[in-house]
Design a protein around this ligand. Structure first.
Ligand SMILES: Cc1cc2nc3c(=O)[nH]c(=O)nc-3n(C[C@H](O)[C@H](O)[C@H](O)COP(=O)(O)O)c2cc1C
Length: 328
């Protein structure tokens, strides 16, 4: 039985749901080509960091330090916006020439300042979509949930007003009410959510008495927070949901599709197990669907989301109940 794995994500027609996530794997043209050669259905480029854009402008500002009156600085900033970190724009252009799969640009952002204009440059360079990787660290006592969410919406509003390509937002799992945030994103013109980013992990070296980076990669059982939220959010509006974190094999990917994901982004498994994983996932997904008599991925999509469930309350459960789980 031939199984149709095609899926639509952000209006893009993908041959199957396996996308290479934004990471060092997709930071270079060689990386992009490698992902395409191994059969990825799309790639998300390594994020361009807001700080990189600022740093480039600082460099240009310093060059005109002698001139340094406000208009000169303004001029240089605008020039910077137009040119931006040139390498990233060039990477998009080169990637679009080199591969036929969609190339999704990514910007890591924490504020909605002038740099958002830069999104337009990425669109002009040929990006098929733009993923906003937004992670705002609420540290201060004034950082209420609504303050943080407002920052998120300001970024979204600015970018959505600037570009015509679809915009997705990649979030972390730490929100007071993700259903509300998701709906606001949708209302503001966002086309998709990537759930969830796995942020840089902070750790301590007791030996050196200093900070160090924690384990960079996820484990195969780290997917359940994404699964829960995709299940809950699927079908509530027209947002496309893309799963990220802890997807290391075909079985997990299929669970995420059943919960309502349109696509899945792969990262840690590619680092740990190599690019062969993509073909294995395609093959195993096809085999499993065929074994269940399911002819297409779209038939599976959302089959076990909260909306379609005869037991919707099961998705809201946050505590163990012995009678139900039989465990504790
Ligand atoms: C080395 C490395 C670099 C990453 N860089 C980015 C990045 O620039 N932008 C981004 O949105 N996510 C970045 N990520 C996060 C991944 O895209 C992905 O969301 C996360 O690793 C969870 O997926 P996984 O469990 O498949 O690894 C990075 C992850 C790793 C391990």
């Amino acid at each position: 039985m031939a199984v149709d794995l095609r899926t639509r994500y952000l209006g893009l027609e993908l041959a199957h749901p396996f996308i290479v996530a934004s990471s060092t794997l997709t930071a270079t043209l060689d990386g992009v080509k490698k992902a395409a050669e191994h059969g990825a259905s799309a790639i998300v480029l390594k994020s361009l960091f807001e700080e990189q854009i600022s740093a480039e402008l600082k460099k240009q500002e310093n060059q005109i330090d002698e001139l340094s009156h406000p208009e000169a600085v303004d001029y240089v900033q605008q020039m910077g916006m137009r040119i931006g970190p040139r390498e990233y724009v060039e990477l998009i252009k080169d990637a679009k020439k080199a591969v036929s799969i969609p190339v999704i640009a990514s910007i890591n952002c924490v504020s909605a300042s002038w740099w958002t204009e830069y999104a337009k440059e990425l669109e002009l360079a040929g990006a098929d979509a733009l993923e906003l990787n937004i992670g705002i660290m609420p540290q201060g006592k004034e950082d209420t949930a609504s303050h943080i969410e407002d920052q998120l919406y300001k970024i979204i509003d600015k970018v959505v007003a600037l570009v015509r390509i679809p915009v997705s937002v990649k979030l972390g799992p730490y929100f007071t009410s993700l259903s509300h945030v998701a709906h606001e994103c949708f209302r503001r013109g966002v086309k998709g959510l990537v759930l969830f980013n796995r942020f840089y992990q902070l750790d301590i070296s007791l030996e050196a008495m200093s900070l160090k980076g924690g384990v960079a990669f996820s484990n195969p059982n780290d997917y359940t927070t994404s699964l829960r939220w995709i299940s809950i959010l699927h079908g509530r509006n027209a947002l496309d949901l893309c799963a990220s974190t802890g997807i290391h094999d075909a079985q997990t990917a299929l669970k995420l599709i059943a919960s309502g994901a349109s696509a899945v982004e792969l990262c840690s498994t590619l680092y740990k197990n190599g690019y062969k994983v993509i073909q294995e996932m395609i093959q195993e997904s096809s085999n499993w669907l065929a074994s269940k008599g399911i002819a297409s991925l779209s038939e599976l999509k959302g089959k076990l989301s909260q909306k379609t469930s005869p037991q919707p309350e099961a998705y809201d459960r946050v505590q163990y109940i012995k009678a139900l789980t039989g465990m504790y």
